[in-house]
Design a binder for this molecule. Structure first.
Ligand SMILES: C[S@@+](CC[C@H](N)C(=O)[O-])C[C@H]1O[C@@H](n2cnc3c(N)ncnc32)[C@H](O)[C@@H]1O
Length: 351
């Protein structure tokens, strides 16, 4: 995830109030949020519903009372899901207490996270509590960043005789809601992250620009997936279940999210198609700011794609010192990344 210090800086440096900013791989919408609170318009797209929920929970905050009312509704109605909870796969019974299973099913069935702001905010708060360290999450002890394979988890808990915690759901989530709203709600402007594949989703904005109904964007700021590093489905399968996905990790679903972006020519084609579509949204003097992986294959493909799509721009490269979190570090199973510097910024400016 982009640090907000970086997105705040980039938005202030490259855009003015009223300008439009685009991020075709928006993730949790950090760049879109920085743009919105600084009075810019923002168009973000992400194929993963988790990004959509987290980003729009920030961009379209709901009233505190509406979120609390929804929580109370779920708590009151959770008991109706007892039979469905009993029928969940074994993983869930080792991971959550029976009451938590019922509550999660109530949330899964009743929260309209695609359309209703309060439902989306509550869903985001349940999602960030879904698994993690005991006392800080609803689950049996689990690593925070990724959802592990179900059989592995069951064995791990069994060996350590670990049971799922009993959680007072309303009190637990009330604390989360209070923490989220402690500084009030930010006045985000005209900004949203749309759910879908950028290769299709961006078409409507291109049409609006070409019909003169939308002004061209001044800044494209993005961090595309890295070649062969992260599988955005497997690492998040449990959270995606809560959003309506299958109750076990599923290879077919994984492909929908791009798998691990392991095939070089398909990866290159994705970047090429997305950046070409973005080009049609951008003003002639727009800046393109791409943060990517410094390792050879991702770097080479990204740079070559940018040179081919924006031949009139000059590229400035800036190596990033090791950040606190980056895709490589957060997700690599093999410990520390091979290189000390794992990210690089490619900045394309008018010559
Ligand atoms: C490195 S992450 C972006 C993180 C983001 N900068 C943030 O601050 O959260 C790359 C994102 O690209 C998304 N993605 C991959 N393929 C996509 C596609 N075809 N269309 C839209 N988004 C896609 C992934 O779901 C992932 O969220």
């Amino acid at each position: 995830m982009f640090p907000t210090t970086f997105t705040d800086w980039a938005i202030a440096k490259y855009t003015g109030v009223g300008d439009t900013v685009v991020d075709p791989f928006a993730g949790r919408g950090s760049a879109m949020f920085s743009a919105a609170i600084k009075g810019r318009s923002a168009i973000g797209v992400d194929i993963n519903p988790l990004g959509y929920v987290y980003a729009n929970a920030k961009l379209k905050p709901a009233r505190l009372e509406a979120v609390t009312a929804k929580l109370e509704f779920l708590a009151e109605n959770a008991g109706r899901y007892r039979t469905d909870a009993d029928a969940l796969p074994a993983f869930f019974h080792h991971c959550y207490s029976p009451k938590v299973c019922e509550f999660l099913l109530a949330a899964r069935r009743n929260l309209d996270w695609r359309r209703a702001n309060a439902d989306r905010v509550l869903m985001a708060l349940v999602l960030i509590s879904l698994h993690g360290k005991q006392g800080r999450a609803l689950s049996n002890q689990m690593r925070q960043s990724t959802a592990m394979a179900p059989d592995y988890c069951i064995r791990w808990w069994h060996e350590r005789e670990m049971e799922p915690p009993e959680v007072d759901l309303v009190a637990f989530l009330q604390r989360r809601i209070g923490w989220r709203y402690v500084h009030g709600t930010p006045q985000a402007g005209k900004a949203a992250v749309y759910l879908g594949d950028s290769r299709q989703q961006l078409s409507r904005f291109v049409r609006e620009v070409e019909d003169g109904k939308r002004t061209k964007a001044r800044l494209l700021i993005t961090s595309p997936p890295y070649l062969g590093v992260t599988n955005y489905y497997y690492d998040q399968w449990l959270r995606l279940w809560l959003l309506g996905g299958p109750m076990r990790p599923n290879a077919n679903v994984s492909n929908h999210y791009g798998g691990k972006f392991g095939n070089e020519s398909r990866y290159r084609a994705l970047l090429d198609q997305v950046f070409r579509k973005c080009r049609r949204l951008l003003a002639d003097d727009a800046v393109i700011y791409v943060r990517t992986d410094q390792r050879e294959s991702t770097y080479r493909n990204t740079k070559a794609t940018l040179e081919s799509v924006f031949p009139e721009k000059r590229i400035v490269e800036q190596s990033r010192p090791l950040p606190a979190q980056c895709q490589t570090k957060a997700y690599s199973r093999g410990g520390a990344p091979k290189r000390a510097n794992c990210e690089i910024d490619l900045i394309l400016e008018p010559r």
